[in-house]
Write a protein that binds this ligand. Structure first.
Ligand SMILES: NC(=O)c1ccc[n+]([C@@H]2O[C@H](COP(=O)([O-])OP(=O)(O)OC[C@H]3O[C@@H](n4cnc5c(N)ncnc54)[C@H](O)[C@@H]3O)[C@@H](O)[C@H]2O)c1
Length: 258
């Protein structure tokens, strides 16, 4: 794994960090000696990962569909909790990784307004809320926001219209926010992973036949792992990528290129 000296001691917030790609992102920032704060609804997996990594990784159970929980979580990091609160100045946040999302298969006819709104609340509204709450705490010239979209936006399969709409929204959100926060030196980018061999994807969707299809769709056939995405996120969080903002980086081994 590459080493980015500017990420050492950086404070980084990661959503959906208990499982899958998010957990790999948590581990990769931890390996850079960053101060990692991650949230998830899955408290069992979240606490287990934090316990394994030790004091530089802190887990909080947060339901990203709830604005108040997001606000409380960010405040506990910048200003400390009731237990730890002191007269110290607010802690700066160096990077926000908006990763958590759900990808349900829902046909148009079966989708209720609640299904649609709930998906947008997790996959897009929470991205905006976290950006709003964290950006004021980012040091001028050093902040980075990374939003996870998906190759699915480009491939646009059936029965995923709500998911694809949220992921298209993420790209639009990134582009405008990069313009708005750029004058303060805060960079905003999207990472769109290809099909990643996370435990959940392997359990629910990735059959041997699908693996063959993925290999033939990608320019480079080797299947993608969560760590491949975490390394792209690290790069975009570091000043090594200081020339890049407002972009969508497709990390898909060339699938959407065709
Ligand atoms: N795995 C893939 O193949 C793939 C491909 C393209 C894009 N992505 C994107 O990458 C990101 C991570 O995907 P993944 O495959 O690792 O997913 P995952 O389901 O393995 O992990 C997502 C995590 O987010 C958490 N989460 C879901 N809803 C939440 C909520 N309301 N509040 C707090 N936490 C919540 C889950 O508990 C889970 O731990 C997502 O944005 C996804 O759309 C994944």
């Amino acid at each position: 794994m590459p080493s980015y000296s500017d990420l050492q001691d950086a404070t980084v917030l990661i959503t959906g960090g208990a499982n899958g790609i998010g957990a790999a992102i948590v581990r990769s920032f931890h390996a850079q000696n960053a101060r990692v704060f991650f949230c998830d609804t899955d408290a069992t997996a979240g606490h287990a990962l934090a316990a394994e990594l030790g004091p530089r990784a802190a887990f909080t159970q947060v339901n990203l569909m709830r604005e108040a929980e997001i606000i409380r979580w960010v405040k506990s990091i910048t200003h400390g909790t009731k237990k730890t609160k002191s007269a110290a100045p607010p802690q700066p946040i160096h990077a926000l990784i908006n990763n958590a999302a759900r990808d349900p298969r829902m046909s148009l006819a079966s989708m209720s307004v609640k299904d649609w709104d709930d998906l947008f609340a997790t996959n897009l509204r929470a991205y905006f809320l976290l950006a709003r709450e964290t950006a004021p705490h980012m040091p001028a010239g050093a902040g980075a926001i990374i939003n996870l979209s998906s190759i699915t936006f480009h491939i646009a399969p059936a029965e995923m219209s709500a998911y694809v709409a949220t992921k298209g929204g993420v790209i639009g959100f990134t582009r405008s926010l990069a313009r708005e926060l750029g004058p303060r030196g805060i960079r905003v980018n999207t990472v769109s992973p290809g099909w990643i061999m996370t435990p959940r994807q392997l359990k629910q969707f990735v059959t041997p036949k699908i693996k063959k299809q993925i290999r033939s769709s990608q320019c480079v056939p080797e299947l993608l792992q969560s760590e491949d995405i975490a390394e792209v996120v690290l790069f975009l969080s570091s000043t090594a990528s200081r020339a890049i903002t407002g972009q969508e980086i497709l990390a898909d081994r060339g699938w959407a290129h065709s």
